[in-house]
Write a protein that binds this ligand. Structure first.
Ligand SMILES: Nc1ncnc2c1ncn2[C@@H]1O[C@H](COP(=O)(O)OP(=O)(O)OP(=O)(O)O)[C@@H](O)[C@H]1O
Length: 246
């Protein structure tokens, strides 16, 4: 059964349609890459799924239940964890406290401090970050901050992880590591992942399927291999054939 089903999702800002009748589904345990150039509607789609934005129309179902229009904290408690393009951790707090707060936020009922810390440590371990109570965000580079974003999302114990532009600001080696980390999270924890990225590169080596957006609409769905062979996808990324360098 599909864990996530998005059908006819549309988001308008005034007269501008940022997401235009988008439909796709994600099977349990799948890693789906949601691709598209800058401004194609990827983050807006994520924000509508995760409750940061209310869709103008359309349906979003998680495990068969309608969640379109729920608030961000409600979708989180139902099992959607997300990372943000721009990490905004609590700077004065330890990594452990950052993750523990996320664990409280994502819990469907009250959890004890011990349980929050247990979830936090497990999440930090998965993200390969120190679990001690002293290490703070000070000195974390771009890659470390991305890992903390991931740890905070994992501490909410998601069924579905929405990873937004996990590779932005990373070098080639760090990008490969980040991609492998997402794959391990799926393989070891069975967490379903939708991964938003505007660059294709390393993403294609770990995703099972790709959905490509352009101007708010789905222009392609298929395997990574098919995406690389598709003329429409090439045009969106490289421009029309006549404009490409010989
Ligand atoms: N709150 C808003 N009000 C008006 N327009 C918006 C708003 N949020 C996004 N947009 C517009 O909607 C379009 C899609 O933006 P979105 O951020 O979803 O694209 P994206 O594919 O995630 O881009 P990027 O790769 O740059 O993050 C853009 O033209 C953007 O300017």
């Amino acid at each position: 059964m599909a864990l996530l089903e998005v059908a006819g999702l549309t988001k308008r800002f005034g007269g501008f349609t940022a997401v235009d009748n988008v439909s796709f589904s994600v099977a349990e345990g799948e890693i789906l890459g949601l691709l598209g150039p800058n401004g194609s509607g990827k983050s807006t789609t994520f924000n509508c799924i995760a409750g940061m934005l209310r869709p103008s129309s359309g349906s979003v179902k998680l495990a068969g239940e309608e969640i379109a229009g729920l608030t961000a904290d409600a979708t989180c408690r139902r099992g959607i964890g997300r990372t943000f393009q721009i990490p905004r951790p609590f700077r004065g707090l330890s990594l452990l406290e950052n993750a523990a707060l996320a664990a409280h936020y994502g819990a469907s009922g009250h959890i004890t401090r011990e349980e929050a810390l247990r979830r936090a440590r497990e999440a930090l371990r998965l993200a390969q970050l120190p679990e001690d109570p002293e290490t703070t965000t000070q000195g974390l580079g771009a890659a470390g901050l991305k890992k903390l974003e991931l740890a905070r999302a994992l501490a909410t114990q998601p069924k579905l992880l929405l990873a937004d532009e996990s590779l932005g600001g990373l070098d080639a080696g760090e990008m490969r590591q980040a991609a492998e980390m997402l794959k391990r999270i799926r393989d070891e924890r069975g967490i379903t992942i939708v991964w938003v990225e505007h660059i294709m590169g390393v993403l294609l080596s770990v995703v099972d399927r790709v959905v490509v957006l352009d101007h708010g609409a789905v222009i392609f769905q298929g395997t990574p291999y098919e995406a690389q062979e598709d003329a429409k996808v090439a045009e969106v990324y490289l421009g029309p054939p006549e404009a490409r360098a010989a």
